[in-house]
Design a binder for this molecule. Sequence first.
Ligand code: NDP
Ligand code: OXD
Length: 311
Amino acid sequence: MHDMTLLYAADAGRADEWREALHDMAPELQVQLWPDATDLAAVRYLVAWSFMPDLVARLPNLQVIFSTGAGVNQFAFESIPPAIKIVRMLDPAIREGMIEYAVFATLALHRDLLTYRQDQRARRWAPLTAPSAARRRVGVMGLGDLGTAVVEQLKSFGFPLFGWSRTARSIEGVTCFSGQDQLPSFLGHCDILICLLPLTPATQGILDDALFDALPIGAGLINMGRGRHLNEADLLRALDDGRLSGAILDVLIDEPPPHDHPFWLHPKIMLTPHIAGTTSPPSAAGVLVENLRRHRAGLTMLGEVRRDLGY
Ligand code: NDP
Ligand code: OXD
């Protein structure tokens, strides 16, 4: 069936897993693999993390591009004709991973683990007094699919919770702020700040000097969004002058960073290699097949991107 042809052009190492999962859930789907695909004119759906801009021009009947990840900033929107829909991945496995990571990183900052890591290397045995969770305020930038899941989980620890989004949100047990006007008030409450924003022209470089100035002195930062949310030089300055006490970063501008990057050995920075949330083909294929059904029924798909907003 021509209108059920999908081109997989993402991680080649996971292609078999994707193909098997899709075959199990939608045997009628014709799956072609890039670059071996033979009938590009038949392709209605493209599954990709990123792709060469000229690929879309070679798919004359393309209707939807599905990102294999939750983010879509890696796509050059301007090279994609407006009639083609773009969909981000709402995989439950990504969500679970992001919740685990946010909890681990929040607790690590709350319980001073970056300091103890240094102390251990220096053979220093120096207990610190941690405030109770009730006195450590945690703020989440981005209250979408992932930010909401993260604050829901953080509730169980008793941290006072704050959130910030573009449009007003209401989440029980979370003091919510929205829009640029309310950003400084939000930041004033964040002893630990978690960035879970999408990368768009409006959010690029948002984690900068001005933002760090608006946080309580000694705040901790967790960036799980994208590397380009962070001004790296500003972070180094804020850590060195004590405005920030530590940072846990899963995403960087260059992944991996160059060998001589100052973050590698910085005592107040912990790096992880973009592993906070990872797509799992078996569960992601379920979301994708549901979206194919919705698309064919003329319904809105889960995770449809608003191009004007970039997320
Ligand atoms: P969503 O699109 O569901 O939510 C985005 C949230 O950010 C919304 O609350 C939105 O506001 C808010 N937002 C967007 N722009 C602005 C702005 N200019 N000012 C204030 N708030 C803004 O995204 P997800 O939760 O699914 O994912 C968030 C990001 O997490 C992804 O884009 C990706 O970059 C990152 N990610 C990282 C992973 C990792 O492994 N490190 C894995 C998966 C995702 P509103 O509610 O008003 O729309
Ligand atoms: C994603 C990611 O967007 O892995 O899913 O960062």
